[in-house]
Ligand binder design. Sequence first.
Ligand SMILES: [Ca+2]
Ligand SMILES: [Ca+2]
Length: 421
Amino acid sequence: MSLRLRRLIITLLSLLTLLNVTSIAGASIRESITIAGAEQGVLIWDTGTVTVTADGYSKTVAYGQYSTASSIASALAAKFSQDCNSPVNARGSGATITFQLKSSQPQTTFPLIASITYDSTDFLQASFQVVGQDADGDGLPDQFETQVADLFTPYYHVSADEHTGTAFGIMGDYDHETPIALHGPVPPYSYYRVKPLGFSTVSGVEYGSLRIDYLTLWNLDDGLPASVGCQVSETIAMGLAGVAGTELLTVISAHDLDNERSIMLVTSPTTTSNTYNPDPSAYSAYSYYTAAHEETLWDQSVPWQLYNWPAGTHPEVALATGKHGTYFFNPDGLVLSPDWMIAVAYSTLDDLYWNGWIDNYTYWTYYFAASEAFFGCLVERFSDRGGAFADVRTNVGEPEHPINGSHFILDSNSGLLQKLQ
Ligand SMILES: [Ca+2]
Ligand SMILES: [Ca+2]
């Protein structure tokens, strides 16, 4: 977690404290799924199986002519409960099965996954469906995560100046980040993660909060334009500012992969104590974090206070040319060097001159070189071609349980894993 993001979360928790937060609790400890649908058929009846895997432990029930959603649910619940090796207890109530871990970790959630087979020769679809599965084991149903992420998903403006061959990467299901295909750069392509943050009580009302990470993963970072003139100017400017060449390389160099992101924090009053409101449209956003040049001297990441954006409000963001940092405004021409660096460079130059170590000609040569570096070379570029939503948005799950072919989020070498922790 970057320093700025950590500060953002600390600030938000401080705000909640000012608003009379009285408790912050952990995640819900029970997870449930519901069997939906009804047996199909007249002369031929659909037959198949429903398999539920809770915390990695599976049970299967067959269904046929006389099955109902409730009979399948109660049969599955019984199979789990009667198995002393099962890691979970299960209880059927109508068509719903509620699971709870047997272990002595009561605050731990677990993956809950279902699969169904059916008579695909005689029927177009299975008679039964399973609602509420939680494949990434964070306590939030998959469908809910998709809906709440869609309601706040960014409206991306990708710069028109992208290099040919630079595009969003479609990552392979490996534990290292490898693009197996390219997409774009337009329309944008996005991965996301919805993570439960916990509960807090403000003025007697309990709220459940979520963190939504929106990832834009590129195959390349093209660095900043590197004309010979800029290289000379930047070397002089960094020398005056006392900044090491290795630091300069973190902003100007091109490299494979480029993990960019923004983060939305959303909250909703709960309807049941210690349980996240299941209605995605009940959430409103109260903070947004845009990241650019993270973990470098040129960090332009910003936490934004949003003042209760209702569900369905989308941040409009720009992705800068080449380096793809995310901005909540048009970043074209944005000076990337921090104020202290610029001040030190000009101050050093003045010292050199007034101490008689450089002559007037050298002073002005260095002055123009530093100015070109700071205000002409080390600046963000962006050319608007209009905005769009990402046409593909994939839930990557959690680092503990990646889903949808997203084991690439475990890559710590590329820094992606750290960005999700
Ligand atoms: Ca989940
Ligand atoms: Ca999740």
